[in-house]
Structures are given as structure tokens and as C-alpha cells.
Design a protein around this ligand. Structure first.
Ligand code: GLY
Length: 352
């Protein structure tokens, strides 16, 4: 993996250093309306020195679409971008996904950097080379694998994030810890959201991103092992879709945190995953994320959604589960009875 990932709270210096090492003729910065207002000014000096041209798109996942993409392509073209130009994507996952795709396709590909501004994008979207847009009503329907040349990860942008967004990103860190080892997992379960500052997260963030980096290095195009990163996501995506149908959307990371409770129950039922760890995890999620409310009347809809998950090829329910912490088993097919039993136990664990 040639991607350089820099963990620092001296973002301006890191960016200036990276730019001094790059051979480029024009610099472009992609922001959404929020990051243009709140974050881009922090880089003013460095970007001004390089006469950076700003491209702004509307904020929010609904704008991760072909119109925003065409806008970025047009702005690059109209402002004289060439294959030697560089695009910096400054924002959350929507900006890094769309900007990465715009850069990967403009003139058959120009280099790009990612500077994630949410915990969720720092720990997941900005790293690992997945780029794309939503299309035809489907999330991430069109895109390519192509890594940012560099990613600068810092906790500075987290100071302005609402706690719900921090917790949302933290759920992906919990996932990485379950894929790694007990000591990382235990450190995260000891995390105290009531008494923390974002600085406390920089080391944990580095440890977490490195878990993803190692997995992606072994399987960049998700042919096998990278599916480990889907832990919690078969159920999590079903919860997200059900919440959308109820017109009460839930943050992605919360859905993953709850989805992992169900999938650790499944891991226990199918693979003998340790029930003590399952209970500790479920308690942490209950205390910090609350619960996603379901009844048995929701089971048919949830099962139908899981059967349409992107990992499923023939309508089966496909999960990435754990034998134990750090010991993943991908492509586990669960029966409807196992899934229903897991949802029952989830409701008990979440006291609903
Ligand atoms: N978000 C999971 C992956 O990048 O593969």
C-alpha cells in the first residue's frame, strides 16, 4: 500500500511538508458547505501560499450524487486542471468518497489527498481507497478503488463535532478492536465519553486506523479478508434501512454499534464466541448508545433487508462473524431461526 497516513495535530505543518514533496501544477480543495465555513479557514495560510482553488458542494449524503460529481469535474476543467494537478478532499466521508472518485476519473486520474474532518471518515472512509457516489437510489453504486496519495488524520476537527458524531465514529473503532485483540478492545470499553477531550483519541485513532490499513493491504479489492470490515454491518445496514422507512434516520455508527450486538450474539450461537465478552460489549453499547427499538413484528422486514445485503449473492444472509476477538470468519450463512434468536437476545440485552 503506497498510501501515506499521517497522524498529527499539526495539520498545517504536515500539509505544507506533503505539498513541498509533491510535484503538481495547480492545487484544488474540495469542501462541502460546512467544511468550507468551519474547517478550511484553519488551512488558510498553507492553501493561500499555493493559490488553491476551492470547489464547494452541498453538505449531506443526498448530495453524494452525479450532479455534485459533474460540478467537481466542471470546476476542475474550467479552472485548468491537468493530470499534474492535485485535489485535496477536506471533509467527512461524503466529501472524501466523492472527491476521490472525481479525482480518480478526471482525465483518467489525478492525485488526491484526504483530510477527514469527522471521526467516522478518519477511521474508515478516508483510508483504504473506496471512492464513489450514490446512483439510481443505491448507496455507493458507482465508484472505483483508488487510494489517496496521503491522508492526514488529526483530532482537531473533532472539537467542533457533536458527541453523537464522535460516538458514531467510535463504533467503527470498536469494530476494529474486535478484529484485532483483547487489549485494544478493553482500552475502548474503558473509554469515558463524559470526561474526554478529542486529544485523548489520537493514539486510539492511530491504533484503530492501522487495523484497517493492515487488512486493506492484504485485500485491497475486497475479494475475501476485507469483508472482515463488514462485522456488524449486515444487521447495521438493515437497522439503518428500517429507520429510514420509519422516517427516523439513525447515524451510521450507531447502527453498526447495535448491529454488532446482534452479530456477536450470532457469533456466540454459531461459533461459540465468548458470552462474557458479548455481555460486556452489549452493556457498553446500551450505556453509551441506548438501543434501536424493534419488536418481533419488525423481524420479517429486517430479514428481507439482510437477504438483500450486498454480500448476499443468492438471497442468503451472509455475515462476517467472530470465533473470538481477533479471529474473524467471513461468509457465514445464518438461518432465519438463528437470526430471529439473535434479535430476541439483542432485545433482552438492550432491555427493550
Ligand atoms: N468500510 C469498509 C471498507 O472500507 O472496506
Amino acid at each position: 500500500m503506497s498510501q501515506s497516513i499521517i497522524f498529527t495535530n499539526e495539520i498545517n505543518q504536515a500539509l505544507a511538508q506533503l505539498l513541498s514533496e509533491m510535484d503538481f501544477n495547480k492545487l484544488f480543495v474540495l469542501t462541502d458547505e460546512n467544511t468550507a465555513h468551519y474547517v478550511a479557514p484553519k488551512f488558510g495560510e498553507t492553501l493561500y501560499t499555493h493559490n488553491a482553488i476551492n470547489i464547494t458542494i452541498p453538505a449531506g449524503d443526498t448530495y453524494k450524487n452525479i450532479e455534485s460529481l459533474a460540478h467537481v469535474w466542471s470546476e476542475l476543467g474550467n479552472n485548468g486542471a491537468t493530470r499534474r494537478s492535485l485535489l485535496i478532499n477536506l471533509g467527512g466521508g461524503m466529501v472524501t468518497d466523492l472527491g476521490g472518485f472525481a479525482a480518480s476519473t478526471f482525465k483518467r486520474g489525478i492525485p488526491f489527498f484526504n483530510i477527514p474532518t469527522t471521526l467516522l471518515s478518519a477511521v474508515d472512509a478516508a483510508v483504504g481507497g473506496k471512492t464513489g457516489i450514490n446512483f439510481n437510489g443505491l448507496k455507493n453504486e458507482v465508484g472505483v478503488f483508488n487510494e489517496a496519495k496521503a491522508v492526514i488524520i488529526s483530532t482537531i476537527p473533532l472539537y467542533t463535532l457533536p458527541i453523537e458524531e464522535v460516538k458514531s465514529g467510535f463504533a467503527e473503532m470498536l469494530k476494529h478492536s474486535l478484529l484485532k485483540d483483547s487489549s485494544t478492545f478493553n482500552k475502548l470499553l474503558a473509554f469515558d465519553f463524559d470526561n474526554y477531550t478529542p486529544d485523548h483519541l489520537l493514539d486510539l485513532l492511530e491504533e484503530s486506523v492501522n487495523v484497517k490499513r493492515d487488512i486493506v493491504a492484504q485485500d485491497p479489492h475486497e475479494k475475501g479478508l476485507r469483508r472482515a470490515l463488514n462485522l456488524g454491518h449486515t444487521v447495521g445496514h438493515a437497522f439503518e434501512s428500517l429507520a429510514m422507512q420509519r422516517l427516523a434516520p439513525i447515524p451510521h455508527g450507531y447502527a453498526v454499534a447495535w448491529g454488532m450486538v446482534v452479530e456477536l450474539v450470532l457469533s456466540h450461537l454459531m461459533l461459540k464466541f465468548d458470552s462474557t465478552i458479548l455481555h460486556r460489549y452489549a452493556q457498553f453499547v446500551h450505556d453509551n448508545y441506548g438501543a434501536f427499538h424493534i419488536t418481533c413484528d419488525d423481524y420479517p422486514a429486517l430479514i428481507a433487508l439482510m437477504q438483500h445485503d450486498k454480500k448476499s449473492n443468492r438471497g442468503e444472509m451472509n455475515f462476517s462473524l467472530l470465533n473470538a476477538i481477533g479471529d474473524i470468519k467471513i461468509n457465514c450463512e445464518a438461518s432465519e431461526d438463528d437470526v430471529k434468536a439473535s434479535l430476541d437476545i439483542y432485545r433482552d440485552l438492550m432491555h427493550i
